[in-house]
Design a binder for this molecule. Structure first.
Ligand SMILES: Cc1cc2nc3c(=O)[nH]c(=O)nc-3n(C[C@H](O)[C@H](O)[C@H](O)COP(=O)(O)O)c2cc1C
Length: 233
């Protein structure tokens, strides 16, 4: 069993695809890869997030930067979807999207949101709650320019979250844009850009035997410091 302070390697992970039962009640794992003590968690949630992100990348998880973003609409109904985290520091976690999408519109009205890193092959999840704001246009420009050209064209072609007549309509729009921008840089569409989620709450969850998991929370205090405490699993 690996200690949480050690790197988790792919060899530590349980074998995938070992479930053979159609009875969902019988599909379960017992978690024993690691634990999370207060000492290992430390005092800085961003530093711990960095260590766990490094573990997820080194363990070769598929899309290790993918996180669920949950937003709330005017009607109070929550909705969730995955995005890719493109960086984080003490200011918050950044992702890019179409700001006229459902999530963009909801964040415009209700900037409080929740993030979740589903690193379950490492028997971990990280829950984050915070407030989203739009990143500077210059930062979005810089990231957009670094994206592969097909992703740039896709961002221009897609009126994200709106109804489209057909797959063919989207493909035709892409073909027209390929022609329009032939031999030229693709400019960032004004509605496409980044959000930075400034956290006020982190929960680091490490699965343990017998469902007695470790849950270590960091909650932001008024003076900007972090209060650390443990929750019952
Ligand atoms: C692994 C994964 C990563 C994704 N990354 C992004 C992303 O970085 N930005 C984005 O706008 N959509 C991303 N998507 C698509 C979103 O989940 C979602 O379908 C889209 O943003 C529209 O969501 P909305 O209609 O709720 O706004 C990703 C989907 C998956 C499964």
């Amino acid at each position: 069993m690996a200690d949480a302070s050690e790197d988790l390697s792919p060899d530590d992970l349980p074998a995938a695809g070992t479930h053979r039962s159609a009875d969902l009640r019988a599909v379960r794992e017992d978690y024993s890869l690691a634990g999370l003590s207060e000492e290992e968690a430390g005092d800085d949630p961003f530093a711990l997030l960095r260590r766990w992100m490094d573990d997820a990348i080194e363990a070769d998880l598929y899309d290790p930067t993918a996180m669920v973003v949950s937003t709330v609409g005017d009607d109070g109904r929550p909705s969730s979807r995955m995005v890719l985290c493109k960086g984080f520091d003490e200011r918050g976690l950044v992702f890019y999207t179409n700001q006229q999408s459902r999530k963009g519109q909801e964040l415009g009205e209700h900037p409080d949101c929740a993030l979740l890193f589903p690193w379950h092959p490492l028997q971990r999840q990280v829950r984050i709650e915070g407030t989203a704001s739009v990143v500077d246009a210059g930062e979005s420009d810089e990231y957009f320019a670094s994206r592969p050209r097909p992703s740039q064209l896709g961002a221009v072609a897609s009126p994200q979250s709106q109804r489209v007549a057909s797959r063919e309509a989207l493909d035709q729009r892409l073909a027209a844009l390929e022609e329009q921008y032939d031999g030229q840089d693709v400019p960032r569409p004004p509605q496409w850009g980044g959000y930075r989620v400034a956290p006020t709450y982190f929960e680091f969850w490490q699965g343990r035997k017998g469902r007695l998991h470790d849950r270590v929370v960091f909650e932001k205090c008024d003076d900007g410091s972090w209060e650390r405490y443990r929750l019952a699993p």
